[in-house]
Design a protein around this ligand. Structure first.
Ligand SMILES: O=C(O)CCC(=O)C(=O)O
Length: 318
């Protein structure tokens, strides 16, 4: 990279590096290269829908370690837009893990073992002959754990020629748009999440068969969380039930819970709360599991789709 210029004032080169005139006398002004103070170059953040999601453009994530200021900007974009997207980031597993580690602590996924050498990276795969896709239902990741993830990062490795998009839904907006009366009712409720609901557990079966995590317990996971959680970083309230894992309200039977849960399950994924991401090889989605649900669309039968996923440790929902 040549960062020398010929004009006698500080300016930015094409890559965001600062160029300043050398103090040495010279027949022509020489520029010294120095890195911009961290994060000086503003990353380019483009919302993709009215409610949720933004694409970060013109950034090479492999350069993140040299640009610590980008991490702060990305974190801000993540908290504001709830899911952030990148294109053309052909990261190898170690670089992918390094990227994700800037935003949290990578942890193992309970049911599927990691790829060779990387226990915290799982392959989210649907093969040509398979009919069910991993996680193919609206859900919040592993809400059946006592401390569900902060978020997950997904990297596209092989994508079908069409289809296989992922939908994301804003759970702050879902909560905010409820009536005051229902908000008051929900404030006193806790939801029981289980890993055993059939519509969700069947989406894991193919992967458990070929890459099951030997440390997974034989019995199902169960956890009780507030139906409305307060995001630990933004302080905003988000609806925190999901059709994949929430079985009932604590102290209520499944039958008693069903009508209100059914209303919430439909309400929380209304199109106006969502965005849709179309994958390419090298695309990344990083979602905030504390205020977002997602749903990968299973519309590419006969084609292979392969992603790498890293899960980041979260806290106890409050
Ligand atoms: O394949 C996708 O787009 C998302 C998969 C999924 O639901 C998950 O990793 O939780």
């Amino acid at each position: 990279m040549n960062c020398f210029g010929s004009r006698p004032f500080t300016r930015l080169c094409g890559r965001g590096c600062f160029l300043t005139p050398s103090t040495k006398p010279s027949s022509h002004v020489r520029f010294r290269f120095r890195f911009p103070p961290s994060g000086r170059r503003n990353l380019s953040v483009h919302p993709v829908a009215g409610s949720i999601g933004a694409e970060i453009r013109d950034v090479d994530l492999a350069l993140l370690p040299e640009n610590p200021g980008w991490v702060r900007q990305l974190r801000e974009a993540f908290l504001q837009h709830q899911v952030i997207f990148f294109r053309n980031q052909n990261l190898e597993p170690q670089a992918f893990l390094t990227f994700a580690s800037h935003f949290g602590e990578p942890v193992e996924y309970p049911f599927v073992k990691g790829i060779e050498g990387f226990p915290e990276i799982i392959r989210v795969l649907k093969q040509e002959h398979e009919t069910v896709n991993f996680g193919g239902i609206w859900h919040s990741d592993t809400s059946y754990q006592q401390t569900p993830p902060l978020g997950s990062v997904l990297l596209g490795k092989e994508t079908p020629p069409y289809g296989g998009d992922t939908l994301f839904a804003n759970q702050y907006a879902a909560y905010d748009s409820l009536s005051d009366g229902l908000k008051e009712t929900l404030a006193g409720l806790r939801g029981v999440s289980t890993s055993a609901k059939a519509d969700a557990s069947k989406t894991r079966e193919d992967r458990i068969r070929d890459s099951g995590n030997p440390t997974a317990p034989a019995e199902s996971f169960e956890a009780v969380h507030p139906v409305v959680r307060t995001h630990p970083e933004t302080g905003k309230k988000a609806l925190y039930v999901n059709v994949a894992h929430t079985a009932r309200f604590e102290g209520w039977t499944e039958g008693e819970s069903a009508p209100l849960l059914s209303f919430l399950f439909h309400h929380q994924v209304k199109p106006e709360f969502t965005c849709r991401f179309s994958w390419e090889v090298g695309s990344i989605a990083f979602w905030d599991n504390r205020c977002v649900q997602h749903n990968p669309i299973n519309d590419y039968h006969g084609f292979r789709r392969s992603m790498l996923r890293i899960t980041l440790a979260g806290d106890t929902p409050r």
